[in-house]
Design a protein around this ligand. Structure first.
Ligand SMILES: NC(=O)c1ccc[n+]([C@@H]2O[C@H](COP(=O)([O-])OP(=O)(O)OC[C@H]3O[C@@H](n4cnc5c(N)ncnc54)[C@H](O)[C@@H]3O)[C@@H](O)[C@H]2O)c1
Length: 433
């Protein structure tokens, strides 16, 4: 018998979940709940365990202490060789965990199809006050799915607790644009969320934590998060543009009549907005440059680009809600691209910090660029893309939009020299109708 103890924190009244691996014989863990009270230790800054007792979920907690739900368990393991082959548990924090995108993504993460079938994970799920109940529902579904790699699930509404020790933070939760809300208001409202989450990650996440911002406007939210997390590596911040890349590949495959896997070296430049630039100049179909295969240059310039950039809005019109499944798939693709060596001559798109970029883009933005990886979780910007006049002008346009966005959120960026919002036009996000 091997004993494994794990602890999980839920602040509030929800039931924590945990999953110890079942062994080959299919035995499941025996779980027992223990309620603990913890208080911030004034001297060390760490948490000090002050009480531990079997208790009910409603047990009163002394003032100044936080109630922390801890699940600990024993389980029979007659197959130690199996667990020896597993990697160290990866802690993956997900925000907006009760939302539409997460509803698809969490199950992909727990199944092992993203980080690998030998990679146990712990999910640390952040919801908003309003989504507490829904979050518990999500957790119940995860528990019922019996994923052997899912070792533990933590639920909470305080980023400082949910991000504790995170190796990855998938920052999906954000407020949608309400009726009559202008883009600059959205930038401010969501920017505040990401400033707070950046500070929390800075304080409690793993020192090598990687962040993927999905919540819109994702490039500028990532910039705000990064600026508020000075102790974490800036290159570890990503903004999701993989959905746009996938959409672009789909359109080129449809136009050329070739299977989508033949579309390679496809990148999206710039902002995840309607100014994004799907790059058909460098993309290839069957190893040939796109314009050599799709000879209709007018279609490439005038139809392909807006089709990709407005795909989200078109989908909302048809379906009445925004893309969630394909976004979750693109998040999984994004993560896999960082853990799989990029084939020679190919690339993937991600919004990354522009410091030292080889394309002359302003050096203090989160900007989508062509990247490659050795499969170690890190990446490099590919420096030999051909930038013709058409591409140059388009890249400039999306860069200018991001510079304006940055000025609008100067009040959320420590040390920013400009905080003047000059956004008058109301550019849409790709997911807006
Ligand atoms: N980058 C991309 O390619 C891309 C694609 C699609 C959607 N998005 C964006 O992703 C975001 C989420 O989309 P969705 O469809 O899942 O939305 P959703 O409304 O279904 O879910 C969002 C969830 O986030 C929660 N939330 C709000 N503020 C929070 C906070 N401060 N902390 C934690 N949780 C919080 C909400 O309660 C809600 O449950 C939106 O901003 C959307 O625009 C980005």
């Amino acid at each position: 018998m091997q004993q494994v103890a794990a602890s999980t924190a839920f602040i509030g009244s929800a039931l924590p979940l945990r999953r110890a691996p079942s062994n080959r014989a299919g035995r499941l863990p025996r779980a027992s709940l223990v309620c603990r009270a913890q208080k911030q230790d004034g001297q060390t800054g760490g948490k000090r365990l002050v009480a531990s007792s079997a208790a009910t979920l409603d047990a009163p907690v002394e003032e100044g202490y936080q109630s922390v739900w801890t699940a600990s368990y024993d389980f029979d393991n007659e197959s130690p060789e199996l667990t020896k082959s597993w990697k160290k548990t990866m802690k993956v924090a997900v925000t907006g965990a009760a939302g539409q995108i997460s509803n698809h993504l969490l199950f992909m993460l727990a199944s092992g199809e993203v980080f690998g079938r030998d990679q146990p994970i712990q999910l640390q799920l952040l919801g908003s006050e309003r989504s507490r109940e829904a979050l518990e529902g999500v957790a119940m579904e995860l528990e019922d799915s019996l994923y052997p790699l899912l070792r533990e699930v933590q639920l909470g509404i305080d980023p400082r607790q949910v991000f504790e020790g995170a190796d990855w933070a998938l920052l999906i939760g954000a407020k949608p644009r309400g009726p009559g809300m202008e883009r600059k208001d959205l930038l401010d409202i969501n920017g505040q969320i990401f400033a707070e989450q950046g500070r929390a990650l800075n304080d409690v996440a793993s020192r090598d934590c990687k962040m993927l911002v999905v919540g819109n406007p994702c490039n500028t939210n990532a910039l705000i998060g990064m600026a508020n997390a000075p102790d974490l590596p800036k290159r570890n911040w990503h903004a999701l543009t993989r959905l746009d890349e996938n959409r672009a590949k789909c359109q080129l495959a449809l136009k050329s009549g070739k299977f989508y896997t033949s579309v390679t070296n496809m990148t999206i430049w710039g902002n995840h907005s309607t100014t994004q630039v799907p790059d058909f100049v460098n993309a290839k179909i069957g190893g040939k440059r796109v314009p050599a295969v799709v000879k209709d240059v007018q279609w490439l310039k005038e139809e392909f680009t807006p089709k990709v950039a407005n795909r989200g809005g078109a989908l909302i019109k048809k379906w009445g809600r925004s893309s969630a499944a394909s976004t979750a798939v693109s998040i999984a693709d994004h993560l896999r691209s960082l853990y799989t060596p990029t084939p020679p001559g190919d690339c993937f798109s991600t919004g990354v910090y522009t410091e030292g970029n080889p394309y002359g883009v302003d050096e203090d933005l989160i900007f989508s660029m062509p990247c490659r990886s050795d499969g170690d979780g890190d990446y490099e910007i590919i420096d030999d893309f051909v930038i013709d006049d058409w591409l140059q002008a388009k890249i400039k346009e999306t860069e200018e939009e991001l510079l304006k966005e940055r000025d609008c959120v100067g009040h959320l960026i420590p040390g920013a020299t400009r905080a003047v919002c000059m956004i008058t036009e109301d550019t849409m996000l790709p997911g807006e109708a």
